[in-house]
Design a protein around this ligand. Structure first.
Ligand SMILES: [Zn+2]
Length: 118
């Protein structure tokens, strides 16, 4: 038969405190959820929320586009990314031909970082 383990000094008190804190957090989350449910029940509030969210998405997209314009082939934290899949870390730079915008040359060379897998 296994012997019952002796509780470590202060351990049960610590566990009680952790359980009390967890219960408080749970109650607070439930109250918040209920409040938001009532708040969203108002159609005017829903419109406000939708407008705010749409504006947020536009700003986020603009920020992302601006970042890519200044530093192409990078992720949100500035880390280099593959120019084709946009996922992997590049291991080499490959040369590609791109249709030229001006009429002097038909194609121009572009250098794209490549992860080697995609
Ligand atoms: Zn790739």
């Amino acid at each position: 038969m296994r012997q019952r383990q002796k509780p470590i000094r202060g351990e049960s008190r610590r566990q009680e405190k952790a359980m009390r804190v967890a219960a408080l957090l749970q109650r607070r989350r439930e109250r918040g959820r209920e409040f938001m449910r009532r708040w969203r029940a108002d159609p005017e509030h829903r419109d406000i929320e939708r407008e705010r969210r749409d504006q947020g998405y536009i700003q986020k997209k603009l920020r992302s586009a601006e970042r890519l314009r200044h530093r192409p082939y990078t992720g949100t934290h500035g880390q280099p990314l593959c120019g084709f899949c946009g996922l992997g870390r590049p291991v080499e730079i490959v040369e590609r031909l791109q249709i030229s915008q001006d009429r002097e040359e038909e194609y121009v060379k572009v250098f794209v970082p490549y992860c080697g897998h995609c």
